[in-house]
Design a protein around this ligand. Structure first.
Ligand SMILES: NC(=O)c1ccc[n+]([C@@H]2O[C@H](COP(=O)([O-])OP(=O)(O)OC[C@H]3O[C@@H](n4cnc5c(N)ncnc54)[C@H](O)[C@@H]3O)[C@@H](O)[C@H]2O)c1
Ligand SMILES: [Zn+2]
Length: 367
């Protein structure tokens, strides 16, 4: 295997697949398409921004290897992840009379990947689907594990299914054009993985904090690989999110509530997760479940990376209101995933909401 190229196997029985990770890996990988389909037609979904950087290159590579690519472009951003767009895309595919063997390539971030995967699962009961994730978040998270979905006016990701890709081709070269804001947002998910995984990975992040901000190739290759390995292990044990996979929600209980409280307008998902991680750490600290020195260490790394770890105090009540409560239970118990140390988390419910409220006020007061 070429130096700097990593291959990670996702072992899910007959739904197993490989994730390739490396620089400029598409020329080699396109040859793999023949193993997924004998069709010469290839359907690609991307957004206009990603397409402006990488669409032409992908198209040329496909043409060179004898394929007939056609593209469907959506507008960049979360607003495009709709049922309406899924239907429009399906309509185009049907009009083109694409066969049920045609491979569908998702070139873009998590929005493109989730929408394309959703379409791939539906079209003629499912066609070969390949993820080409181009954001840090998509490479470490959304392209791994087979959750595909679109949003509904009543909430995010409400319409979806599990549909594993046949392959993931994560080209680190594409990350060079990613904005620093998107890069940092992805780093919040990376930090989440370190808190789930353990000290060794956390130390690696600490020691390479600067190099990671500068996107130094060898360092980010190892970083992304480790995140994928962590997610792969969890997904392999709980493909359908019936238990263990829930720990991936560390930082997300608060994070989602903060996104909702700000109408999904103010924060990138990863930024809200960053604040959510602080909330989880501080809540664990308030409950004397974690050593304060550890909390300070994590906050220090977040500061180095420029991740947000506070939010406006005017939002505290709304965030509390939007925490996902189990309505059937008296006192509306919220389930939290809380860190007890680096590499040790626990699911906890029944925490008095006054304590949760105090912690949120404490964090928001830092502003
Ligand atoms: N399926 C899952 O398991 C899972 C997990 C986490 C998140 N998600 C979903 O992922 C989505 C968020 O994904 P995201 O953060 O990648 O957002 P995104 O797809 O909206 O991409 C963010 C922005 O970056 C731009 N962009 C993407 N790649 C680029 C590149 N290489 N260079 C320059 N610009 C680039 C895009 O055009 C977009 O404007 C959400 O919809 C979320 O629900 C899904
Ligand atoms: Zn997330």
């Amino acid at each position: 295997m070429k130096e700097g190229l990593r291959k990670i196997e996702i072992d899910l029985g007959e739904r197993s697949y490989s994730i390739y990770l490396g620089y400029d890996l598409l020329p080699q990988r396109i040859a793999d398409l023949a193993g997924f389909s004998r069709e010469k037609e290839v359907f690609i979904i991307s957004d206009t921004q990603v397409n402006s950087f990488y669409g032409k290159r992908l198209e040329d590579l496909l043409l060179q290897q004898g394929y007939q690519p056609s593209f469907y472009l959506i507008k960049p951003g979360e607003e495009a992840k709709t049922w309406d767009n899924a239907e429009k895309i399906l309509d185009v595919m049907l009009t083109k009379n694409l066969s049920r063997k045609v491979p569908l390539l998702a070139l873009g971030g998590g929005v493109v990947g989730d929408l394309a995967g959703f379409v791939a699962a539906l079209y003629k009961r499912g066609i070969p689907f390949i993820q080409i994730p181009t954001t840090l978040l998509a490479q470490v998270d959304s392209s791994v594990g087979g959750k595909v979905a679109v949003n509904h006016s009543r909430g995010k990701n409400l319409l979806g299914t599990f549909y594993q890709p046949r392959a993931v081709w994560a080209d680190l070269m594409t990350l060079e054009t990613l904005s620093m804001r998107e890069w940092r947002a992805g780093l919040a998910e990376v930090l989440k993985y370190a808190l789930l995984d353990g000290r060794e990975f956390f130390l690696f992040l600490q020691e390479n904090a600067e190099a990671i901000l500068e996107k130094k190739p060898a360092v980010i290759l190892s970083m992304i690989e480790q995140c994928i390995l962590i997610k792969a292990e969890i997904v392999q044990k709980d493909e359908r999110d019936e238990g263990l996979r829930n720990i991936l929600n560390l930082g997300h209980t608060f994070g989602h509530a903060l996104e909702k409280a700000t109408n999904f307008q103010k924060y990138r998902h990863g930024e809200a997760v960053a604040v959510g991680l602080v909330a989880a750490l501080k809540l664990a600290e308030a409950l004397q479940m974690i050593n304060s020195v550890v909390v300070a260490e994590v906050l220090c790394l977040m500061q180095k990376w420029g991740l947000p770890f506070s939010f406006s105090s005017a939002l505290v009540d709304d965030v509390l209101r939007f925490l996902p409560a189990d309505k059937k239970v008296e006192n509306q118990e919220v389930h939290f995933i809380l860190p007890m140390g680096i590499g040790e988390v626990v699911a906890k419910k029944g925490i008095p909401m006054e304590i949760v409220g105090d912690v949120l006020k404490q964090i928001s007061d830092i502003v």
